[in-house]
Structure formats: C-alpha cells, structure tokens
Design a protein around this ligand. Sequence first.
Ligand code: NCD
Length: 318
Amino acid sequence: MRHLLSTADLSRDEAIRVLDVAEDMADVATREVRKLPTLRGITVVNLFYEDSTRTRISFEAAAKRLSADVINFAAKGSSVSKGESLKDTAQTLAAMGADGIVIRHPSSGAPRVLADSGWVEAGIVNAGDGTHEHPTQALLDAFTIRRRVHGTVSRGRALDGVEVMIVGDILHSRVARSNAWLLRTLGAHVTVVAPPTLVPVDVSRFGVDVRYDLDEALAEVSPDVVMMLRIQQERMNDAFFPNPREYARSWGLGAARFRSLPPSTLVMHPGPMNRGLEISDEAADSPRSTVREQVTNGVAVRMAVLYLTLAGDREDAS
Ligand code: NCD
C-alpha cells in the first residue's frame, strides 16, 4: 500500500490485512515496552489544516510507537496563513526529507492531489479531507466492530451480515462516506438514517439503504451497531433542521430510545460528541458504547496504516 486516500480503494483482502496488522499492533500496546523499531529513521509529518484533537494525537502516538521521527505542522501559525500554497508547503516538507505525510485538509480531494502531484515522494495518508473521506476512522470503526462481534478470534475475518445503522449528519460526514465503502467491502449491510436535508444527493453511490424515520428504522432493521454522527455546525451555512430540540427528539439517541434498543446493540460515535443533541449521556457512557474503545483502537489501526504505507521491505511488524 503506497498511500491511503480512500476506503473505496481497498479490496476486501487489503482491508482485512490492515485490521489484522492492527491486531498485532494492539498486542504491542499490552507489552511492557510499547514500542517497535519498525519505522526508525523514517520522518512522518502531521500536516493539519483543520482543527483536530484525537486524530492528530492518535497519529502522533502511532508514529512514535513505531519509532518514527514526528513533525507536527498546524496550518494556523504557519506560512499557510500567509497564503502559502499546498504545493509550496509540500515541497518544503519534501526538502526536509518527509517520508510520510498525514494530511487533514478542508478541501475534499487535497490528499489525492498531493499523492498524484509528484511534488513529494512521500506516502500520503488521508486524515480527513473536507466532507469527502476519513479512511482511518472507518478502519478503526471496523476494527472495533470486528473485535466486539468476533472477540479474540477476529483475525482473518470480515463483517459479513453485520447490520450497521449510521445516523445523523450524513451530508457533511466524511466518516459516513468512508464507513459506507469499507463496511460494504467487508460484507456488512449499512442503513443510513437522517432528516432528508442531511442526506447527500449522490447517496445512491454509497450502496446503502436510506431511511428518514429513526424509530421505524430501528424497529424494522434491528441493527447490531448504531453509529451516531456529530451535527457539523461548522459546515452548515443554512438551517438543516428546525431546532436542536426537534433534532434530538427525532434523530438523537436519547435515553428512552437507547433503552429500547436490543440489549446487544453497540453504540458508536467518532467524537467529538454533542451530548444532548445527537447522543445522550446514558447512551454515550453505557457499557455498550464503544466511544473510548474507538479512540484506543485508533492508535493500533494508525500504526498498521503507517507500517503498511511506509515500512516498504522492512522487517515484519510482529
Ligand atoms: C470526525 C472528523 O473529523 O471527521 N472526527 C474525528 O476524526 N474524530 C468526525 C467529526 O468531526 O464529527
């Protein structure tokens, strides 16, 4: 794997391989010394043009656990705010010897531009581009689901027949897009549920079922996983729903709706959560919520992705 730009590029075998390598990486986290020499001498740049807490820290922890040198580059306070183009920034990073670039950018497609441009030789990992894709989030979600569904014998397995419901702001969500592709590749069945105003016009390309009434959908589909998405106010320049109370009542995972779910249904959220809007405390903090597990698993999954894109012919991870 040279770059990781989109989950749509991953075959079923490739996706399973990433999840399996992530299992090896998760094992490392349980050792006394939680570090591998795999990427010693490799420089990874975290190039973040958008705010991020967990994704940036997670990539940093992942690169460090593989012994890479890490440079964190936040667009705020850099020459980017003086108008430096992506090309000039990329060439600066290339001149400094970046082997891998983890990029988050507000424009959909920016990571692919970087990968196809020839400005840098580095392996490119998409850490979220606009409303387009967030492949490592989808991989960590798939990893989390696989572990919960198959337990300790999950290596080599996919998600065949697993019912996943993705609820909320689908329109602005790169997490929804990346998950739709990946979960389908792994054999899961995906339903998205949202108010009509928050469903993208090209949703038919996702290969998912679309529903608008959450209670009806929950009753009829009986999902194994309910993935709640954040209402992305920063990407909304219009009124997409009447008001927050109405949204929470119709599409949020409130306490009563949460209690009505089958007892084995998992509750996921990529974070950051708007508690009281798309998710209640009761749902977010319950034992069936994987919110914290997702964050933990994110490090192992990003270690796997960095290893597979940057280690080349180096020795095997395990
Ligand atoms: C997601 C993102 O940035 O796309 N968050 C994340 O990476 N943890 C989802 C979101 O912002 O709602």
